[in-house]
Structures are given as C-alpha cells and as structure tokens.
Design a protein. Structure first.
Length: 178
C-alpha cells in the first residue's frame, strides 16, 4: 500500500471510494495471510510526522506489518523494499495507493524492471488533476484510466502484469505482497 496519506489523497479523484477499495485489498491480504508493506512518502512538501503525512484514518497498519519510508516516487529507490520482498520470497506484487501518476506508476515500473509480476488494483489508486501549464489540465480520472490500461497491456519478458478490481482480488499464493 503506497502513500495513502492524508495530505496525498486530500483532494484526490474519488478519494472515499478509492480509500474504501484500498481497505478491501488490505482486508483480503490479511485474510489470506499475505504480507502487507505500507510505504509512506516524505519530502519538503510532505513532512514526516505532520498531520498530512499520517495514514488516512480509514487505514490502520498493524504493528506486525512492514513499513517503508521513502523520499522518491519509486518505493524501491533508496529504501529496503527490495531486500524485504526477497526476504519474504515474494515474486508477485499487488499494488494500490496514491498518486497514480507519480508513486504508483514509478513503483509499478520499478517492480516489473526488478523481475516481479505485478497486479494493479484498478479501483484502488488515485491522484489529483494535473495542471501542465495554465489552461492545460489532465484530469485525474484520465490519469487513473491510462495507468490501468498500461498495466493491462505492458509487456516485460518473463513477467506478468495486469489489473483487478478490489472486490475480485484473490491471493492464491502466500508469495503475493500488497
């Protein structure tokens, strides 16, 4: 679960629906005994230990669940995520969170580039509208739909990627991480 923090999703597209779907993914992973990794961003705009940096109130990591703190878009950059996943024998990552156009996209590509299979929970990631320049806006819904399409069709040798709705998420193997 990546960056579902109060300040990150405060004005995100369909925030409440997406956070509820992230909670569904978390519940399904916990029920299947799958390790959950909570990735939390901090930088100059999102300062550690501020109210905006905290997880949204609807999501509560358990003490037994791993936490990774990051400063870059990819959850793998300068973090112990790769070694943690290797330690748990993970080969398939299920990804959800925010922001679709930055941290989710960067983490998805980084996972595939490091040899992991990847499933994006298509209704459990979000972002805000992005203004490219005055008068030129990319709607958040378009960003989310674009990433869902990319993860459905992108191809890496020897790896699988795809999307699934949170309600249809099934963990068939303990080697899957969310």
């Amino acid at each position: 679960m990546v960056d579902v923090q109060a300040g990150v999703v405060a004005s995100a597209w369909q925030r409440d629906r997406v956070v509820a779907n992230v909670a569904v993914a978390v519940d399904r992973a916990r029920a299947a005994g799958v390790p959950i990794v909570w990735v939390q961003h901090n930088d100059d705009e999102l300062r550690r230990d501020t109210p905006e940096w905290q997880w949204v109130p609807e999501l509560k990591p358990l003490e037994s669940e791993s936490r990774i703190h990051k400063q870059f878009n990819s959850s793998f950059e300068e973090t112990p995520l790769l070694s943690l996943l290797e330690h748990h024998g993970v080969s398939h990552i299920v990804l959800a969170g925010a922001a679709s156009n930055w941290c989710i996209r960067a983490t998805a590509y980084a996972a595939l580039e490091r040899g992991f299979d990847l499933t994006l929970v298509e209704d459990a990631h979000t972002t805000g509208d992005m203004e490219l320049e005055p008068g030129r806006l990319v709607a958040a819904q378009s960003i989310v739909e674009d990433l869902n399409a990319v993860m459905r069709w992108i191809s890496y040798p020897g790896r699988k990627s795809g999307v699934v709705h949170a309600a249809e998420l099934s963990f068939g193997s303990p080697a899957v991480a969310a």
